[in-house]
Design a protein around this ligand. Structure first.
Ligand SMILES: C[S@@+](CC[C@H](N)C(=O)[O-])C[C@H]1O[C@@H](n2cnc3c(N)ncnc32)[C@H](O)[C@@H]1O
Ligand SMILES: [Zn+2]
Length: 503
């Protein structure tokens, strides 16, 4: 008997829905962990269904397929149950067993599970295996909602609750609080109560003109916020042979100076100042003090020779009054806290190194021959740890340590070992998300006022000016935000009904 897929597959409709799926964030497994080759769920679902039912009554089946091949019907009990029954009926009443030996990010096995198959998933990449466990195994094994009774005053309240979600949330909060207790002091709140969302940095090189030697901040473009009704930019100006900055706001055709880094001096900003024009393009830099240019090969050489440095330019804040993000120039005090974090990193790194027997900051070699990563571009980046600044390293090793401690504590509290492993796996994914949003590869997305994560592109390019986030803020790129996404995915996955495996 011919299969549906042998006769037809509504490619156009499936492609449209699959493309739309790319914009779905909340609850989608792509927010659990990136996997480059991950297939769209819709295309996977459509393929699995149409490969398993016959071509009989094909028009009717096509209509049904188009109904289930939508993200919005992913948890529709009635439709998914109908698809499961149909597949089972057409398989002679048996639950089919399926093996995906190259499961990767888990889309195909997830849709097999959703459509009621006994699903087995394999991959030889350990990251994929972790993703697969968190997508397929743990939510089914430990996540199914259970009846819980809570005593509320005089009456007992009954509700459905997923123990896994509850524990991931609880321990995610525990990790956050423990990390904050230890390193929260390196991200101080402003005096007016504004919380730093992140710190903007520019890499720097010395001007090669022997008569100049000024520090060149390497900045692709100067915008901070580039929205229809909010146009704020950094404005570079030269003062005492040094590049200084002002924060300027566009009002009509004029640029209004909000703040200047030189006390008592306000630069005049020409009407035609164009924030798009930075100091570096295609690795070629220009000195704003003397106007000389530095060729790309020299820029790379200066980095390799350790002559490059970095300068904090501005701080992004989330104001208490809910007015969105605001910006101010970086101060000596901001730098002081960074230096303190840098000192503390050395102490903590040593301590963890002794405890764990490995360098807690990733010291594995990068492939210096691969031009798709900054390591292969001749800037002298050689180790994975080179992608993070000192405070980022401190944040990541501290969160990692707390995740490991959470596991220990769970065992002390009498958790089953395998269950604790499941909970801690999601916490580990939380650290991965933090690393994705807090490396020197992250830039400030000026039209959305968000952090653009490391893996926005399938390459790790040279990034000249980057944002370092405050993992404890309540805004973009922070730990709590990442957990919101993780819990959203878990909530989706734990609602997929179980499949009774046959003997
Ligand atoms: C194209 S990707 C699969 C993508 C997957 N369908 C998804 O939706 O994410 C191929 C996968 O095969 C895995 N792989 C390659 N060779 C393998 C092998 N010999 N054994 C197991 N897995 C392998 C890779 O790690 C990768 O995850
Ligand atoms: Zn110069």
């Amino acid at each position: 008997m011919k299969r549906f897929i042998e006769e037809l597959l509504p490619i156009k409709e499936i492609s449209e829905e699959s493309a739309r799926e790319k914009n779905i964030r909340h609850g989608h497994i792509s927010t659990l962990h990136i996997w480059w080759a991950r297939r769209p769920l819709i295309a996977s679902r459509a393929t699995v269904y149409s490969a398993l039912v016959s071509a009989e009554n094909i028009e009717e089946k096509k209509k049904f397929l188009l109904k289930i091949a939508k993200w919005e019907t992913s948890l529709n009990k009635e439709l998914i149950e109908k698809a499961r029954e149909e597949i089972k009926k057409e398989s002679g009443g048996r639950v089919l067993r399926v093996l995906d030996p190259f499961s990767g990010g888990g889309s195909i096995p997830l849709e097999c599970l959703r459509l009621g198959l006994e699903t087995h998933a394999i991959d030889y990449n350990p990251v994929a295996v972790l993703i697969l466990k968190c997508v397929l195994e743990y939510p089914q094994k430990y996540g199914r909602p259970q009846k819980v009774v809570e005593q509320k005053g005089f009456y007992k309240e009954e509700k459905q609750e997923s123990p896994l979600i509850k524990d991931v949330q609880r321990w995610g909060e525990w990790v956050l609080e423990s990390a904050k207790k230890e390193i929260g002091r390196f991200y101080p709140t402003d005096e007016d109560g504004s919380i730093p969302v992140g710190y903007l940095w520019a890499r720097t090189i010395p001007c090669q003109n022997p008569l100049c030697g000024a520090e060149i901040p390497l900045i692709r473009q100067f915008w901070l916020a580039k929205k229809e009704k909010k146009k704020i930019s950094l404005y570079p100006f030269v003062y005492n042979k040094r590049v200084e900055f002002a924060i300027v706001k566009k009002e009509g055709n004029q640029w209004k100076v909000l703040e200047s880094s030189v006390e008592g001096f306000e630069p005049k900003v020409p009407e035609n100042f164009d924030p798009e024009k930075g100091t570096v393009a295609r690795a070629k830099a220009v000195c704003l003090v003397c106007g000389s240019t530095i060729e790309d090969d020299d820029v790379r050489r200066l980095f390799r020779e350790g002559k490059a440095s970095q300068r904090m330019t501005a701080v992004v804040l989330s104001t208490q009054k809910g007015e969105g993000k605001s910006y101010r120039l970086a101060t000596e005090k901001d730098l002081e806290f960074y230096r303190l974090a840098e000192e503390y990193l050395e102490e903590k790194r040593k301590k963890l190194w002794e405890e764990w027997g490995i360098d807690p900051v990733p010291d594995e070699e990068m492939n210096t021959k691969d031009p798709n990563t900054v390591a292969g571009r001749g800037y002298g980046f050689t180790k994975w740890g080179d992608l993070f600044n000192s405070r980022q390293k401190l944040a990541l090793i501290t969160f990692t340590e707390k995740v490991r401690l959470a596991y220990k504590k769970m065992l002390e509290e009498g958790y089953d070992k395998d269950y604790a492993k499941a909970v801690v796996s999601y916490l580990g994914l939380g650290v991965n998300r933090l690393a994705d949003y807090n490396s020197m590869q992250c830039v400030w997305h000026v039209s959305k006022e968000l952090v653009a994560h490391t893996f926005g592109r399938q390459a790790l390019q040279m990034v000249w000016d980057y944002i370092e986030v405050n993992p404890f803020s309540k805004a973009t790129g922070n730990w709590a935000d990442s957990f919101g996404y993780l819990l959203g995915v878990l909530s989706h996955l734990t609602q997929i009904p179980p499949v009774e495996a046959e003997e």
